[in-house]
Design a protein around this ligand. Structure first.
Ligand SMILES: NC(=O)C1=CN([C@@H]2O[C@H](COP(=O)(O)OP(=O)(O)OC[C@H]3O[C@@H](n4cnc5c(N)ncnc54)[C@H](O)[C@@H]3O)[C@@H](O)[C@H]2O)[C@@H](O)CC1
Ligand SMILES: [K+]
Length: 511
């Protein structure tokens, strides 16, 4: 699903209005009807107190239309207009009159007003600011937002949490609504998925308000949300008359004394994702344990006992995954540098492989083009330097990826794969996956997909999605805390099956 910028959303809005020859107030009515139906289907007339806080723009207008509909259906409502400016939008004013026609008189809140009482049992509708926010809210509006957050009431945000800009970080982090649920119009917003801004969004859902489909499908976006519909077409089915030679020979280079497990995890996940053959290249100390742990994996060792000091692979591998558990011994660093110079087909680089690159940036130009780098935030910072917001991080990482023609996979709650100026935002995974070895599994999976003929960018997007899905399936039986990286590997098979599972038909109760 495409992730639009605020500007593109306004454009989609305009294009819908022109094409359908409707007025903007009709689009607002349509949007707010969706909001109302969402609430009504859940509340079914329950007499809970609903407090609606509406700004003076179109987000506030949506709130007023919702208030009118809730009132018409007998809900117990209280409407506040957060009067932060006298530049009221036309559709806001129109709907204010319509609300009054229904005998609902909103209270106007301004700088001097007392903060209204909100009980934890109330429902708050947050329609103060939408995507039009373009500067920090005034202090008194910020205080109202803090007051709503402190109330612990269930807070339903219209389109976006108020105070959260969609194309940058917030000016003042405490002046943003902590939403229990965001009902966002038509398209998801990038800020929902980034670590510093996603914290304001507990749950979100998209409401389809019928914006112009031609505009949506013909418009290129900088970011895309990756779910099942996006990865399914990437899947390459295994053929009946195929043999292991059709699915590539992966090599995992890594390991050092005490860190052979990293290679074990990467190699076994590489096999489980379907690589035809897997060879591990490790220092001698890991030979017995690795051969014993995974009989399917072939093992080559270097000349040293505890670390890698030279990398010789006596055949032409389909792809190489390098760096897991490799350590940063001086000889390992120079062996890695020589290896990069020698190789010209893309590889997957992780962990200490990345740390070596950040400490020896001259090696970056030897990394084969279209290789995949899989940093977690600390490793990324070592590579590209410090950032002050998620947006700056993404820009810097994009520039870095473009400079060396690489794919950069920024690991996190919503892993973002960056390639060719575009970001692919993953939707699978859970906090149980924040555990030792989880990244080694991802490296093995991406490597194993490349071995089978997936392009390096597809392998990254698909691998990240499957890795998260395996984690979600593992968490459904193990919970978060007990989830180990090896459990992830065990669930790779079910993750593939899950991709093709048809949603169960709803059973109709005939009794
Ligand atoms: N295309 C869509 O998706 C639709 C959008 N609609 C709604 O329209 C919203 C956008 O409406 P608007 O463009 O009117 O903007 P907002 O309602 O988000 O903000 C209102 C106005 O306040 C001003 N403002 C911005 N920051 C401020 C600040 N810190 N202090 C004081 N004033 C500030 C700006 O002039 C802004 O236009 C969306 O979020 C959505 O809720 C819906 O009505 C219908 C369709
Ligand atoms: K809002």
């Amino acid at each position: 699903m495409k992730i639009f910028s605020a500007e593109q959303i306004y454009q989609a809005d305009k294009s819908t209005i022109q094409k359908e020859k409707i007025k903007s107030e009709e689009l607002m009515e349509r949007a707010a009807t969706q909001l109302f139906e969402w609430m009504h289907s859940r509340l079914r007339g329950t007499q809970v107190k609903i407090q609606l806080f509406c700004g003076i723009g179109n987000n506030g207008g949506d709130g007023l239309v919702l208030a009118r509909k809730l009132n018409e259906h007998g809900y117990s409502i209280k409407v506040y207009v957060v009067n932060y400016s006298d530049k009221r939008s036309e559709d806001f004013l129109l709907n204010l009159e319509r609300l009054k026609d229904g005998k609902v008189w909103p209270d106007f809140i301004n700088e001097e007003s007392e903060l209204p009482k909100i009980s934890p049992n109330d429902i708050v509708v947050d329609a103060i600011f939408g995507i039009g926010l373009n500067r920090a809210p005034d202090e008194w509006v910020g205080n109202l937002i803090k007051h709503i957050n402190n109330s612990r009431a269930f807070t339903l945000s219209v389109d976006v949490p108020s105070g959260l800009p969609v194309d940058r970080g917030p000016w003042e982090p405490s002046y943003v609504i902590n939403s229990s649920y965001v009902l966002s119009f038509q398209v998801p917003k990038l800020v929902f998925f980034l670590p510093r801004t996603g914290v304001y969004v507990n749950q979100w859902e998209i409401l389809d308000i019928g914006l112009d489909q031609d505009y949506i499908s013909n418009t290129e976006t900088d970011f895309e949300l990756i779910g099942r519909p996006e990865v399914l077409p990437m899947y390459r089915p295994r053929l009946k008359f195929s043999h292991k030679g059709n699915y590539g020979h992966s090599v995992i280079v890594g390991g050092s004394y005490g860190k052979i497990g990293a290679v074990q995890l990467a190699a076994s996940s590489c096999l489980s994702v379907g690589s035809g053959l897997v060879t591990a290249f490790i220092p001698k100390c890991g030979y017995n344990s690795l051969q014993t742990a995974i009989p399917e994996v072939m093992v080559l060792t270097g000349s040293r006992e505890k670390n890698i000091s030279g990398i010789e692979i006596p055949f032409e591998p389909s792809v190489i995954g390098v760096g897991v558990g490799i350590g940063q011994d001086d000889d390992t660093i120079s062996a890695f540098g020589t290896f990069l110079k020698k190789m010209d087909s893309p590889m997957v680089i992780d962990a200490d492989g990345l740390n070596i690159l950040s400490q020896n940036p001259e090696m970056l130009s030897d990394v084969p083009e279209l290789s995949v780098l899989t940093p977690h935030p600390k490793e990324l910072e070592r590579l590209i330097g410090h950032w002050s917001s998620d947006f700056e991080k993404l820009e810097k990482a994009k520039t870095f990826a473009a400079q060396y023609n690489l794919i950069v996979v920024i690991k996190g709650a919503h892993t973002v794969t960056l390639f060719n100026g575009k970001g692919y935002v993953n939707t699978t995974g859970n906090p149980g996956m924040a555990t030792a070895g989880s990244g080694d599994v991802l490296t093995g999976m991406i490597t194993g997909l490349i071995a089978q003929g997936y392009s390096t960018v597809e392998a990254s997007i698909f691998g990240v999605y499957l890795h998260g899905l395996a984690g979600d399936l593992a968490a459904s039986t193990k919970g978060y805390e007990a989830l180990k990286a090896s459990t992830l590997v065990e669930h790779i098979g079910s993750a593939f099956s899950e991709l093709f599972r048809q949603p169960e038909m709803e059973q109709k109760d005939k009794s």
